[in-house]
Design a protein around this ligand. Structure first.
Ligand code: TRP
Length: 411
């Protein structure tokens, strides 16, 4: 690119402080809050965070290197952004080791459909790459941020771990840890990170203020530490000098990016490779695309523990419709798929591409009514819940303990 061109692109994408303020007012994405007017603009988010859009060529390379079909979350742009995913594909191709890291803040007794997204995708990646996976349960974070007791946070942890195990993770390759218990093992890396990040940086990245609990300021290094392989000496040899260069890939929703921008920033100074990331969009609330499904608002969420009747009631009553007000108008003008929540949920959970396309075309052209699309969705969600509840009932306390035991993995 010539200098002139470069200047041109900078001029067209640069914004004034006022415009930035306006954008921020219309779209807020932090690890604790997601809101927007008229839906999240993900391209804007990529620009703002400085990540990279996942283009079709990268998906093709993924398929070529792994020899596996890309997951529909990738094909449909649900995982839409990344940082250094190419480095992971290079490592895989060269037979170099790497591992997966994801996590969950246990803030409610059951997972909801939105929580499923990163875990379903992480399980797919674990199967495709056949690599170790560590899952951090941030009960410390939820205790600090939510109005819950520490005992409640610990109780939620076990219940959420059961949900996660029920998704089918391989016990030979998966280590799940509760921060409150595992923190001693993480601590050497937590203080190394803490030594290299200033209070000003924490304030700048996370927006904490002087009257926030000091525990919040201390938390980001705790979420960062698992991105460094030597935080797990029982998995990666502590005596092998190559351990520090083992790469990490973090699948997460894009609201977690601030933690890992910080992590990537200090990684080279501590002698580690920068962790790679693959970001998902937010699973919308039943009420619409302006915010994500949230455990803090029971009406916005369909839980994996919901009964068929509850699923049906929630979807029928609350799922925002892009359809028209009357049957006649719907038949004449069709639905707006862009804002229709039920169609968007089908995009996540109806795997059959042909069927999805057919429903989309018929709904948009008025040949299907909202009630029919909702009925289809309810059938799919009820079936996912039925299977999940069956699998979860088989996860005993002993199995939970086994996944959470500090031990060697086989990979
Ligand atoms: N902070 C995340 C949450 O509130 C939990 C988490 C910890 C996480 N480590 C992670 C999520 C790594 C994704 C990737 O849910």
């Amino acid at each position: 690119m010539s200098q002139q061109q470069q200047q041109d692109t900078t001029t067209t994408t640069s914004t004034t402080v006022d415009e930035q303020q306006q954008q921020e007012d219309e779209q807020l994405v932090t690890p604790w809050e997601v809101s927007s007017k008229g839906g999240i603009d993900y391209n804007k988010l990529i620009d703002k965070f400085g990540s990279t859009k996942i283009e079709p060529a990268l998906i093709e390379r993924f398929e070529r290197v792994t020899g596996k079909r890309a997951h529909h979350f990738l094909r449909r742009g649900i995982f839409f952004s990344h940082r250094d995913l190419v480095e992971i594909l290079d490592a895989y191709e060269a037979g170099k080791p790497f591992y997966l890291y994801t996590g969950r803040g246990p803030s409610s007794g059951s997972l909801h459909f939105g929580h499923l997204v990163p875990f379903i995708f992480t399980k797919y990646l674990q199967d495709v790459f056949n690599v170790p996976l560590v899952i951090q349960m941030t009960n410390d974070e939820k205790y600090l941020w939510k109005d819950i007791t520490l005992d409640e946070a610990l109780q939620f942890t076990i219940n959420n771990v059961k949900d996660i195990i029920a998704l089918g993770f391989d016990i030979e390759k998966t280590f799940i840890f509760s921060n409150v218990e595992y923190i001693g093992h993480l601590y050497p890396n937590v203080i190394k990170i803490g030594k290299h990040v200033t209070l000003n940086q924490i304030k700048g990245i996370f927006g904490f203020g002087d009257s926030d609990a000091c525990g919040k300021f201390a938390f980001p290094p705790v979420q960062a530490a698992p991105a460094f392989a030597d935080s797990f000496p029982h998995i990666f040899s502590p005596t092998d000098p190559a351990t520090k260069s083992i790469r990490c890939l973090i699948p997460c929703a894009i609201d977690q990016d601030p933690y890992f921008r910080m992590t990537r920033d200090i990684a080279p100074r501590l002698g580690y490779p920068k962790p790679s990331l693959i970001h998902s969009k937010f699973f919308p609330a039943l009420q619409g695309h302006n915010t994500k499904m949230s455990a803090s608002d029971a009406n916005s969420a369909v839980y994996l523990s919901d009964t068929p009747q509850q699923v049906k009631d929630k979807v029928t009553k609350h799922a925002f419709s892009g359809g028209r007000d009357t049957k006649e108008e719907q038949e004449k003008y069709g639905a707006n798929l862009e804002v229709d929540v039920s169609y968007e949920y089908l995009n996540y959970f109806l795997e059959d591409d042909e069927l999805l396309k057919d429903i989309g075309e018929k709904y948009a052209s008025g040949k299907l009514l909202t009630s029919q699309v909702k009925q289809r969705l309810v059938e799919i969600m009820v079936e996912i819940n039925r299977r999940h509840q069956e699998a979860r009932a088989k996860v005993t306390d002993d199995i939970v303990k086994a996944f959470m035991t500090v031990r060697k993995l086989n990979f």
